[in-house]
Structures are given as C-alpha cells and as structure tokens.
Design a binder for this molecule. Structure first.
Ligand code: PXP
Length: 240
C-alpha cells in the first residue's frame, strides 16, 4: 500500500490570514494521523507565509513521521539540523509563486546541493529531491546520492482537471512512470506529489516503486466540508 503524507501548510495559511493562533496545524496533523495518514509534511518557506518555525518544532514533537520541505539555503539547513525531521525534501522556491512551480533543477544546482545533502544525511536525516520526471534529473539525483526523489506530478494532475485532455493525461502519466522505472533501476527510492486529488490519485498509485504520496491542497479543501479525519479516510480509500 502506498503511504500517505499529508501536507498541512494550508491550515497555517488560514491561520495567517487573520494572524490568529487558530486553526492549529498540530491539532489538524493529529486528526490526519487519526484518519490514517502515515506522516505529516510541511513547507517552511523563506517568507514564512504559512508554516512558522514554531510549527515545525511542535510538529516534530508529535509521534509521527515528519517531512520538512524547504529551499536549499544556509538558513533552512541550520533549522533542519536543529529540529531534525525524519526527512527533508529540497524544493525550489520563488517568492511570488502561489505554490511550488516545477521541480528543483538538480543538474544546474548540483554544486550547491551536494554539501547540503551530505550534512543532512550525516545528521541522520533522509533527503528527498523534488524533481521533474526527466532522465537527466533522475540520473543526477543518483549521482548526488540522495535517499529519495519526489516526482513532481503537477503537470499530470493539472491536465487531469480538464475534460477532453485524455491524451495529455496519458502522456504526463507515462513520463512519471518512465522516471519511476529509471529511478528504481538505479536504486533510488521514490515519492511523488503535487496537485493530486481524489480523482487522479489512483493512476499514480499504480506506478510500481512509488512508496509515498505527499498530498495537501485537495485534502485540506475536502476537510473544510467533512473534517480532516474523514478527508484523510476518503483519500486512503481513493488510493486503494
Ligand atoms: N510535494 C511538494 C514537494 C510540494 O511542494 C507540495 C506543495 O506544497 C506538495 C507535495 C503537495 O501539493 P498539493 O498541495 O498540490 O497536494
């Protein structure tokens, strides 16, 4: 069974909209676990637009697997080494973007990434690189000796939202499948995520070798209607 990591950033987005102390991402993370999530994912952005440092510290205290998404910067490295999440997923970050756009270009940034990956691993933190499903990105990830890659499913997901795009959906799904196959051959472990929802998740679960999906927005949006616990139960059902 593919594992599910629930990204709880948008609980913090709601809290920060009024600069209040609620809703509390930790409380909702507990509910996600109660609904069957295998772990919690949060993205500490450089501009602190949703998740704050104190949230990461509090989430770390929960007895659950924590995946910290962050940019590959000196500041974020320092925070990760101090808080020691189970995994760090390195992502690209632009100030103006609504959400992470595109994967990290690990070929272009290999020099910067290498020492960061090593420092995290030396501290016992697993490292995942959020990349596009491209041959050279998978290959370079192996050279960088990351533990995991996370395949960016955004293009597949976006095409699946629009009716009549069957061919594009198929093509984008194939790209993810081919990248996963390549990663398996060279011994990388594989996660995937971005844009996944209750309708498009099943096809990604069918790709051999994908261990965990990281899903945020669709679950948070559903939780507004049915509550977090039920939203996660429904996602687990959709993944079966
Ligand atoms: N994986 C990564 C690396 C991300 O940056 C995000 C968004 O924060 C997700 C997964 C979850 O994406 P979504 O919110 O679209 O499910």
């Amino acid at each position: 069974m593919t594992r599910l990591g629930v990204n709880i950033d948008h609980i913090a987005t709601l809290r920060q909209a009024r600069l209040e102390s609620f809703p509390d991402p930790v409380e909702l993370a507990r509910e996600a676990i109660a609904g069957g999530a295998d772990g919690v994912v949060c993205h500490l952005r450089e501009d602190r637009r949703h998740i704050l440092d104190k949230d990461v510290i509090a989430l770390r205290r929960l007895k659950t697997r924590l995946d910290l998404e962050m940019a590959a910067t000196t500041e974020m490295l320092g925070i990760a080494l101090k808080i020691k999440p189970d995994m760090v997923t390195l992502v690209p970050e632009k100030r103006q973007e609504i959400t992470t756009e595109g994967g990290l270009d690990v070929v272009k940034h290999r020099r910067k990434l290498k020492p960061i990956i090593k420092k995290l691993q030396d501290r016992g933190i697993q490292v995942s690189l959020f990349i596009d499903s491209q041959h050279e990105q998978v290959e370079e990830s192996a050279v960088l000796m990351t533990d995991f890659i996370e395949l960016h499913t955004g293009k597949y997901a976006r095409s699946s939202y629009i009716k009549g795009r069957k061919l594009t959906v198929k093509r984008e799904l194939e790209k993810v499948g081919i990248a996963a196959q390549q990663a398996r051959w060279i011994g990388l472990r594989i996660n995937a995520g971005h844009g996944l929802d209750y309708h498009n998740v099943k096809e990604i679960c069918r790709i051999p070798g994908i261990e965990e999906l990281n899903i945020g927005f669709s679950i948070i949006a559903r939780s507004v209607v049915v509550g977090m616990r039920q939203a996660v139960i429904e996602m687990r059902r959709a993944m079966r």
